[in-house]
Design a protein around this ligand. Structure first.
Ligand SMILES: NC(=O)c1ccc[n+]([C@@H]2O[C@H](COP(=O)([O-])OP(=O)(O)OC[C@H]3O[C@@H](n4cnc5c(N)ncnc54)[C@H](OP(=O)(O)O)[C@@H]3O)[C@@H](O)[C@H]2O)c1
Length: 238
């Protein structure tokens, strides 16, 4: 059975990727903090590795560089980076970390693919009032986590994706449109009000990076095209 290492595999993204791998008859091996002391040993015997950095990780390029070096030493043939839509937007520090990580992946000397998902649909809890710290009327390319997992399984297990970068979105919508469909109200608060409430328990750096992201979202949203994901999912069904 094909074994695929999923770094960050215990998180919500990693669980979705592992479920999709299992659906395709492969085994997703979750690797987390406990595996880093012997990452080379943990990666040995894996045909491919899916690289997910922890959310808002302070030094994503260093995390990815270490993973790439271990993948090379372990003889892993293929790596896929879980990046983000618009990684090169200078206003968002955690996006820039992913842009630098993408560059490392492209120059690692391994067969590589980069996936750039938009904001997850599952980020929004539509079971009650939705509270956000940016405009409710800007466009997002939202990505469904199960579909992101299925697309990841496709590029990990099938040939023809080496050297490709795919942005991933399930649908384009505003937060207000999603809330209206769910029949729930939207409350827009200022980033400062968010920092004093929902963001109060975060580390100052995480709070600052999220506030920067909200500022960008407020002006531009995070539009993402839906065609690449549709094509990848179509391929999985044939
Ligand atoms: N949320 C979105 O809308 C969205 C959209 C696009 C991209 N993304 C990106 O998706 C990625 C994954 O997000 P997520 O929420 O699924 O991940 P997460 O739950 O924050 O983290 C994934 C795993 O990383 C491991 N981990 C934590 N600290 C670590 C460390 N110091 N060294 C090694 N491993 C560590 C943990 O596993 P253990 O407990 O096993 O150590 C954790 O389960 C992020 O990079 C995020 O930017 C998110």
């Amino acid at each position: 059975m094909t074994r695929v290492a999923v770094l960050g595999g215990h998180g919500k993204t990693g669980r979705s990727v592992r479920a999709a791998l299992e659906d395709r008859g492969a085994t997703g091996v979750p690797l987390g903090r406990a595996d880093w002391p012997d990452l080379v040993g943990a990666l040995r015997g894996c045909a491919a590795a899916y690289l997910i950095a922890p959310n808002l990780y302070p030094d994503e390029p260093a995390y990815v560089a270490e993973a790439l070096a271990a993948a090379r030493s372990a003889g892993v043939g293929r790596v896929v980076l879980h990046s983000v839509a618009s990684p090169y937007a200078p206003a968002m520090p955690h996006h820039l970390g992913k842009a630098a990580a993408e560059d490392l992946v492209r120059r690692a000397g391994l067969a590589w693919t980069v996936l750039q998902p938009g904001a997850y649909l599952q980020n929004l809890d539509l079971s009650g009032p939705v509270r956000i710290a940016y405009s409710a009327d800007v466009p997002f390319g939202f990505a469904d986590l199960a579909e992101v997992g299925a697309a990841a399984a496709t590029v990990l297990l099938e040939d023809g994706h080496a050297g490709a970068t795919y942005e991933l979105a399930t649908r384009v919508a505003t937060v207000r449109e999603l809330a209206d469909e769910a029949g729930v109200p939207v409350e827009v608060v200022t980033p400062e009000a968010w920092a004093a409430t929902d963001g109060a328990g975060l580390e100052p750096r995480e709070r600052e990076w999220l506030q920067a992201m909200f500022g960008y979202y407020d002006s531009h949203g995070l539009p993402v095209g839906t065609l690449p994901l549709r094509a990848l999912l179509g391929g999985a069904r044939t």
